[in-house]
Design a protein around this ligand. Sequence first.
Ligand SMILES: C[S@@+](CC[C@H](N)C(=O)[O-])C[C@H]1O[C@@H](n2cnc3c(N)ncnc32)[C@H](O)[C@@H]1O
Length: 245
Amino acid sequence: MTEPLPPHPPLERYYARDADRARAVNELFDAGAASYEWVCKVMSLGTGEKYRGQTLTDAGLVSGARILDIATGTGLVLRSARAIVGPTGLALGLDPSRGMLTECRKRCDAPLFQARGESLPFRDGSFDMISMGYGLRHVADLTQLFRECHRVLRPGGRLLILEMTQPQSAWGRWLNRFYLGVAVPRAATLSVGRADAKRMMEYFWHTIEQCVPPESILRAMRDSGFADAKRKVTGGILSEYLAAR
Ligand SMILES: C[S@@+](CC[C@H](N)C(=O)[O-])C[C@H]1O[C@@H](n2cnc3c(N)ncnc32)[C@H](O)[C@@H]1O
């Protein structure tokens, strides 16, 4: 049996005990949900949605495919997936945050499921592709997440994980800390949710800063059965992990 792999150490400023983690994370995303799209647009300088869609195409998503988008949030990945698979395909969204799912429903009429990535309510071999955009840092155990993805993908099906990673250089890390740790949370105070949005984006940054390195994520993917797991980096900080079942 493989050891559980949390994506980062417990973050005491957000939850006192690890047992409180899932509830605390849910509350943060519930409270910040109404501001999420606005903050993402500012954070990515308007390029975020197009980038997500391009990664799905590059990963091989085609018309008619069945895709599950884990950590769907307000549906930034899901909407692109739906456009690509078209009316002959199927795109489903899954997220534990009721607030996020409510915002998602306003923007997209895809079927949505309230659940966690570590326990997927689907039968074995149900999907051609699974995507997860910027949700990996919020699960309790990466190995359990990847095992569940492996189970519900069909043989040959693909897993695409989008994440933010710390740059290699000291200068890049300083810039990242300033942008994601200071500028983006400050910008979030201008949005509708204000204090809630700021706290959500501070948490977002702290999970990036404390995240396990890419090698540990790739190892957990391989330990869960994704033998060919690979990582591509765009712009020094955007990681795309891709693997086939
Ligand atoms: C930063 S948002 C990402 C939204 C969207 N995928 C995107 O690309 O912008 C992270 C999402 O992960 C969700 N989340 C938190 N814990 C999760 C878990 N255990 N399993 C799946 N999703 C989770 C949150 O509720 C939140 O909606």
